[in-house]
Design a protein around this ligand. Structure first.
Ligand code: ATP
Ligand code: MG
Length: 386
């Protein structure tokens, strides 16, 4: 008897040596979390793969779309599971190919079970010949086939042909935690996604200057958080008002330092939030040279106020690369909604492009930095997206 099941391929985890067990268990836990509520679905481990069994035909698409957002998965296939004997494998192969017409294929085999009496090339040859003889409009093309019919012989045998590529990376939770400075723009959600993909669980911090910035601007951040939620297995967004801080800077400091001083406040406040929550890094969407606040001199000035590492996964990326990722994670259309954020409501006419740390500190000395940070922290609002 053959059964349909979802076969999950993982990649980098296999390189983990002694830690492999921990990474694999985390991956399985995350898969179970992702498909919570799907009736009958059961997650199991087999040699070199994870399987999801018991998913009804109606739920299959939903399960696959959820699994695509689980990091650590390299590809998903819907496979036929059968007994590891040639007759069953051949029958399963025909079943897999039965709705394919007027196309080319090649057969491949992987023999994980070394006690199986045929080698991989022999299995591929026999299965390929069987399909060719028993179908009318399918032909072989070993160089550029439309489909690669694959047989994996393990304790059981698995036969499939459509490989659904996923985002790979490492299972969420294996890379510690980070606080993502989430504006409403294109870059920061992408930066968050990239760190999640390396296994880092992320919490978002959004700075706003309500009522100078609109509620729609805050909604943008919430909507972006919602898009990131499945990748991050939930999402906590912390909204921080910086209205008072901006007013003070405008009143007391040289206007050209507004941006760099505001960013130093953002970093200080974020670091304090990290301390309170046991988070070990900041993450920003900065990309070198993109705007005045992202020259190396500006970056040095903002870095100077924090001890935690600041991760900038986009630092060497071009805008086009970043836009492509934002489309992939479906945040682009939200990011381009035209609402201003706190960095754009008050823009200095001539911002300091290469600020010196001494001058920034001299400007900042006119402010009661600690009191302003404390006040902002008192007024944070926490949104939990499940
Ligand atoms: P983005 O597209 O992410 O908005 P940007 O190109 O507009 O970035 P900046 O305004 O210089 O660049 O911001 C750089 C980084 O600082 C952002 O990627 C984000 O991590 C952080 N940041 C900027 N504004 C905010 C904000 N209002 N709330 C939280 N983080 C912010
Ligand atoms: Mg921005």
């Amino acid at each position: 008897m053959e059964a349909r099941l979802i076969l999950i391929k993982y990649g980098e985890i296999t390189l983990k040596g002694l830690n492999q067990h921990y990474f694999l268990e985390t991956l399985m836990k995350n898969i179970r979390y992702a498909i919570k509520g799907i009736e009958g679905a059961k997650v199991n481990k087999i040699q070199g793969r994870v399987t999801v069994e018991g998913v009804s035909a109606e739920d299959e698409e939903e399960v696959i779309s959820r699994l695509k957002k689980v990091f650590g998965i390299v590809a998903i296939v819907v496979a036929r599971e059968c007994e590891p004997d040639m007759e069953s494998i051949k029958a399963a192969a025909l079943e897999v190919m039965k709705d394919k017409h007027n196309c080319t294929f090649k057969a491949e085999a992987k023999r994980g079970n070394k006690s199986f009496p045929y080698t991989s090339p022999q299995i591929a040859k026999m299965v390929g010949a069987h399909v060719l003889v028993n179908t009318d409009t399918i032909t072989v093309d070993v160089h550029k086939p439309d489909y690669t019919l694959t047989v994996e012989v393990r304790e059981k045998a698995y036969v499939y042909c459509d490989n659904i590529p996923c985002d790979a990376g490492l299972p969420l939770g294996t890379g510690g935690s980070g606080a993502l400075l989430l504006s409403g723009g294109i870059d920061s959600p992408v930066a968050g996604y990239m760190m999640m993909r390396r296994g880092m669980k992320v919490c978002g911090i959004h700075f706003h200057s309500y009522p100078y910035t609109s509620l729609e601007a805050q909604k943008k951040a919430t909507d972006l958080a919602e898009k990131l939620r499945p990748y991050n297995m939930g999402f906590t967004l912390i909204n921080v008002p910086v209205t008072k801080i901006q007013e003070e800077i405008i009143q007391k400091c040289d206007e050209s330092y507004l941006t760099v001083i505001l960013r130093r406040f953002m970093f200080r406040i974020s670091e304090r939030i990290c301390e309170q929550r046991g988070i070990s890094a900041l993450i920003t969407g900065e990309s070198l040279g993109q705007v005045a606040s992202q020259t190396i001199e500006s970056i040095n000035c903002t870095n100077a106020v924090v001890k935690l590492p600041v991760l900038r996964p986009l630092i060497g990326h071009d805008k086009n690369d970043i836009v492509a990722i934002s489309r992939h994670i479906d945040t682009y259309d939200i990011s381009i909604r035209p609402f201003e954020d706190c960095c754009t409501v008050f823009v200095p006419k001539h911002p300091q492009i290469k600020p010196s740390l001494e001058k920034v500190e001299a400007q900042e000395a006119k402010l009661d930095v600690e009191a302003l940070v404390e006040e902002a922290l008192k007024n944070i609002e926490i949104v939990r997206i499940k």
